[in-house]
Design a protein around this ligand. Structure first.
Ligand code: HSE
Length: 405
């Protein structure tokens, strides 16, 4: 019998317990052994719940029990999760986690400890919830050089952008609605400022390169500056604004960025709405591929955690390998990356066209009947640096949004 401990009985922890129970038969058949949750660690009490009798409050009960071979960390946050996971690996236990903050910061270190101890450290649920993107990068896509990986990696912001698009509402209205429905946290900063998506693209880029990508090095812009006025122009162009986390191959490195992007209807991510996540991958041999599904939620996320547990159980005493060294990857500078920008400016086209031409040269104007007293235009393909230089010559810019396809 394989004994498991779950650290944290919140949304995901209770989901893991449920998935292991509901799918017990099929999971045990796949593992070829019985599996049992011996402990659940949480600071809280859960009287009357199914885990009442296996609840513990001291992590050492788990770490010192030689019968526990698999630890599931679903507490979230960097500490004490990092200390608990590190000690579990050092105690000769394998770990499955959903914790993107932990993986983004300590993925390389924990992978190395797991390797040294002949254990596994798996984290499928840390990016894209239930979407099997990490296993795909580590196995199915290893024959390819990935030229681009772009994702809608945050359900909260995708829900908000979808609502703004569908109802023309302002950002603050949609945020309140998302909080009421439980799609946004009381403190939504990590989601709306793009920090959550940033950690996820850092993890994906680390796995693509086998080197450490520090999330602090990734240019990150959230959705807080997107207004109903921007959405009107997006609609006039037949486009949607999405918060994209992208990583594009540039020489030996990748150019990574998180920002709102205006996508045309031919882009595969254009159609990903609501709380759903999707990851678009371009392989040099594979071409385009897309992974779509639930990026959050108790059971979808737990499903990915349990898949890791199953993998670990099938490989007990062995390290499930993937490449992630502590050697830092120097990301490509975004200032030379080229794209078109959509720009909204105060004043009519007649009033501003001379100034716009002087700053940006040839541009394509966007007609938006609903936008009085302002004009919008699309630049030619220019670098981020050129954009900044040109924009400094133009007064009255209300917003600018990057474009793709
Ligand atoms: N707040 C995150 C999201 C949860 O909205 O995608 C999953 O990481």
């Amino acid at each position: 019998m394989i004994q498991v401990a779950i650290l944290g009985y919140g949304t995901i922890g209770s989901g893991v317990y449920e998935v292991l129970n509901i799918n017990k038969q099929v999971i045990e058949k796949r593992i070829g052994d019985e599996i049992r949750v011996k402990y659940v660690l949480d600071l809280r009490e859960f009287p009357g719940s199914p885990i009442e009798d296996i609840l513990v409050h001291d992590v050492n009960t788990i770490l010192e029990d030689p019968e526990v071979s698999v630890v599931v960390e679903v507490m979230g946050g960097v500490e004490p999760a990092h200390t608990f996971v590190k000690n579990a690996l050092l105690a000769g236990k394998s770990v499955a986690t959903s914790n993107k903050a932990l993986v983004a910061k300590y993925g390389a270190e924990l992978s190395e400890i797991a390797k040294q101890k002949n254990q596994s450290f798996l984290f499928e649920a840390s990016v894209g919830g239930g979407i099997p993107i990490i296993r795909s990068i580590n196995t199915a896509l290893t024959g390819d050089v990935v030229e681009e990986i772009s994702g809608i990696l945050n359900g909260t912001t995708n829900y908000m952008m979808t609502e703004m698009t569908n109802h023309g509402s302002e950002f603050e209205v949609v945020l309140k609605d998302a909080q009421k429905k439980g799609y946004a946290e009381a403190d939504p900063t990590a989601d709306i400022e793009g920090h959550d998506a940033c950690r996820k693209i850092a993890i994906l880029t680390s796995l693509l390169t086998g080197q450490q990508v520090d999330f602090e090095d990734i240019y990150t812009e959230g959705i807080t500056k997107i207004t109903a006025g921007d959405i009107k122009f997006a609609k006039a162009m037949g486009r949607k604004i999405k918060l994209l986390a992208t990583s594009k191959k540039q020489g030996d490195s990748y150019c990574a960025m998180v920002s709102p992007v205006l996508l045309g209807s031919s882009h595969p991510l254009y159609h990903v709405d609501g709380v759903f996540n999707a990851v678009f991958v371009v392989g040099n041999m594979l071409g385009d591929a897309m992974f779509y599904g639930s990026g959050a939620g108790s059971l979808p996320t737990a499903s990915a955690v349990v898949a890791d547990v199953v993998d670990i159980c099938k490989n007990l005493g062995k390290n499930i390998p993937y490449e992630w060294s502590a050697e830092k990857l120097s990301l490509a500078d975004i200032s030379s990356s080229q794209k078109s920008f959509f720009v909204r400016v105060e004043g009519s086209r007649e009033e501003k066209s001379e100034e716009i031409a002087a700053a940006f040269g040839n541009v394509e104007y966007v007609t938006c009947d609903e936008a009085a007293g302002e004009c919008g235009f699309i630049t030619e393909l220019i670098s981020e640096k050129e954009f900044e230089e040109n924009a400094a010559k133009l007064s009255g810019i209300k917003n600018r949004i990057r474009m793709d396809q």
